[in-house]
Design a protein around this ligand. Sequence first.
Ligand SMILES: [Zn+2]
Length: 251
Amino acid sequence: MKVKFLGTAGARFVVAKQIRSSAGTVISANGLTFILDPGPGTLVRLAKSRPKIDSAKIDGVLLSHIHLDHSCDANVIIDAFTQGGFTKKGFLFTTKEALFGENRVILPYLHGFLEKMETFEHKKQITFKGITIQTFKHRHTAETFGIKITSCGKTISFIVDTAYFDELNEYYANSDILIINTVRFTPKENVLHLSKDDAEELIKNIRPQKAILTHFGMTMLRAKPFIVAKEISDKTRVETIAASDGMSIEI
Ligand SMILES: [Zn+2]
């Protein structure tokens, strides 16, 4: 499996000013290439990526929730890989809210272009061409699910936007790679996002082979994510790194 972070921005200001790119994360597994949370700029970053990633060759989209920094380019990516509906192919796995809610972000006319479309549910398992995707309900301001992907005996988990709660440790147990949306450096009341201390707690308990911090807001950028990651590594003795735009890792 391979993961490429086209963007690592989280929170409104970092996205609005494009201090970091808000493009999504490209995952390659078992011969498939798909995108998690294609935020603003994903289509452009795919074309500008080195090596270039052909949007027509994408096999699917995973969308954790409707917020614009995650969902903005989802429609255009689906249109690109289905060639405007000429080729019925690929998948979209997302929330009911994203597909059918009052604030749905996926245009209904695209539904019929896809080979497989499914909605997330708590602890639901979806399989597609040798890849298993398990989803867990998070606590966030929209209907949000975190994602655990297993392929060829390896598991990568994405703890996307959420407030901290203890069950997260159980949901994401046995992850080889743990990727955590660490929006804030310091916690803030009523902000349903993980802070540096929350990320450290999760890493300490879950103990993956490697942890990666991403989706940074301003407080994290000011604290320098690579320094924060180094501190977490030293404290937990789990190798922890900070993602940067364009970074790839292979498992
Ligand atoms: Zn969000």
